[in-house]
Ligand binder design. Structure first.
Ligand code: GCO
Ligand code: MG
Length: 438
């Protein structure tokens, strides 16, 4: 006898599709296909999942973008999640999430979490479409009309930085992340070698491009001194340390920056150095945002429980989608931690929209990252329904579901580009050749 069956043939645990009573007017439907789409409208590799259903024309979309390893995610979706999902009832979001999460036994990590996120967001999109409501309504309704954003203000020098910020201020933006390249830095530079393999093994020109912590930390202070002096107290200023510094220097930097009243200082330490946040907290009142590298509850629950951070900044697809993110947001609410979901260019507009629906529904919303105050034409063509950016905020359209669609033909016109190192994170090294995190 099949051990899933009772003696009389009654399933002990119902086989898919679940025979649970449908909500009135919502007949049970099944998942009929799961597809992964690869597209790069702005040259950044995005992965979007489409879950199709037995209700003709009803489908959902979710973001599964892990831009450095996108094809590993596509394999997880096509080879493992698709067969797991076919025939299930897309209404059972929580049940599907729980079952899929443990179906690999070894779980978590950016590849499997992103794959699961693509499916999970798509199921929320379907749920909203079935209910005829935007997803923020399913999350409890709106607590604000729009979500304030911060944009990246990156420039070659302080003068150019100031000009850029003034330009954005005229467009109504009030929150800025400040960046100028640290002296002699290679940080962020990917180069574009014809032969990636050759580039991989060619030593960096360390004379020219070595990164050193002391000049970087000094420059960050000078940058804030300049911008605060020039623009006064009416702008909100942020900076991303990107876990570059040795932890004790990050503690020093947070203390030195207190005078400039940051909105937040991001990723002062790496997830591996979470324990240093206790020391940082005890010594500085600079607000701390952290989390884009977190993939596992063991990384984020303790820093919230112990009130070591002020803003949770996870990349929602990297923790497994909207289902875990809404629980995380609620946990944060109880500990006075605000949300600042990661929203870089390697989030698709579908993923950004998931962020936005949480931003609108969660009382403990802090800020939403939106790298540039616009979406390119190509991006809007591939993703009709991109949120609107107006008055320094993101505004959701009120379509049912997540409100963002995918034009599959337009997406196909933007295939993945070839990248040096096949898209891997570029190396940053100190003058003596030592690799620097990240
Ligand atoms: C941010 C981030 C990003 C990441 C990128 C990695 O705060 O916006 O640090 O720029 O580096 O998302 O792929
Ligand atoms: Mg960051």
């Amino acid at each position: 006898m099949d051990d899933h069956m009772l003696g009389d043939g009654e399933p002990m645990w119902p086989a898919v599709p679940r025979p649970w009573a449908p909500t009135r007017g919502m007949e049970p439907i099944t998942i009929t296909d799961v597809k992964a789409f690869c597209t790069a409208p702005d040259g950044v590799r995005l992965v979007v999942v489409k879950v199709e259903t037995s209700d003709a024309g009803l489908y959902g979309l979710g973001c599964a973008t892990f831009t450095q390893r996108p094809l590993a995610v596509v394999t997880a979706i096509e080879q493992y999640l698709r067969p797991f999902l076919l025939g299930r009832n897309p209404d059972d979001i929580e049940d599907i999430w729980q079952a899929a999460y443990v179906s690999s036994y070894w779980r978590s990590g950016p590849v499997l979490n992103n794959a699961l996120s693509g499916v999970d967001m798509a199921l929320w999109d379907i749920k909203g479409k079935r209910a005829g409501m935007p997803v923020y309504q399913l999350l409890g309704g709106r607590t604000r009309r729009s979500a304030d954003i911060y944009v990246h203000a990156s420039a070659r020098d302080f003068g150019e930085l100031e000009d850029k910020i003034r330009g954005h201020m005229e467009a109504g933006i009030r929150h800025f992340r400040l960046d100028v390249p640290a002296p002699g830095t290679s940080f962020g530079a990917t180069g574009s070698a014809a032969n990636p393999a050759e580039e991989l093994w060619r030593p960096l020109d360390l004379e020219r491009s070595a990164w050193e912590p002391r000049p970087y930390a000094r420059q960050v202070l000078e940058m804030f001194e300049h911008v605060r002096g020039a623009l006064g107290e009416d702008v909100e200023l942020l900076h991303d340390v990107h876990e570059l510094l040795p932890p004790i220097m990050a503690v020093q930097l947070a203390k030195d920056l207190e005078a400039y009243k940051l909105f937040f200082l991001e990723d002062p330490v790496a997830p591996e150095d979470n324990e240093y946040l206790r020391m940082l907290r005890a010594q500085s009142s600079t607000p701390i945002a952290i989390g884009e590298l977190y993939v596992n509850q063991h990384e984020y629950v303790p820093v919230i429980r112990d009130r070591l951070i002020d803003f949770i900044r996870v990349h929602i697809s990297d923790i497994g989608g909207l289902t875990p993110a809404r629980k995380l947001a609620t946990l944060c609410e109880f500990f006075g931690v605000r949300t600042a979901w990661h929203g870089p260019s390697d989030t698709s507009p579908v993923g950004l929209s998931a962020n936005l629906h949480l931003d609108l529904a969660c009382p403990n919303f802090g800020i939403q990252e939106q790298m540039t105050p616009w979406f390119s034409e190509a991006m809007q063509e591939v993703f009709p329904g991109c949120p609107e950016i107006r008055d320094g905020a993101l505004w959701s359209n009120d379509r049912p579901g997540l409100g963002v669609d995918l034009d599959e033909r337009a997406a196909a016109r933007h295939p993945f580009p070839d990248h040096v190192f096949n898209g891997a994170w570029p190396e940053t090294r100190r003058a003596d050749g030592t690799v620097v995190r990240p």
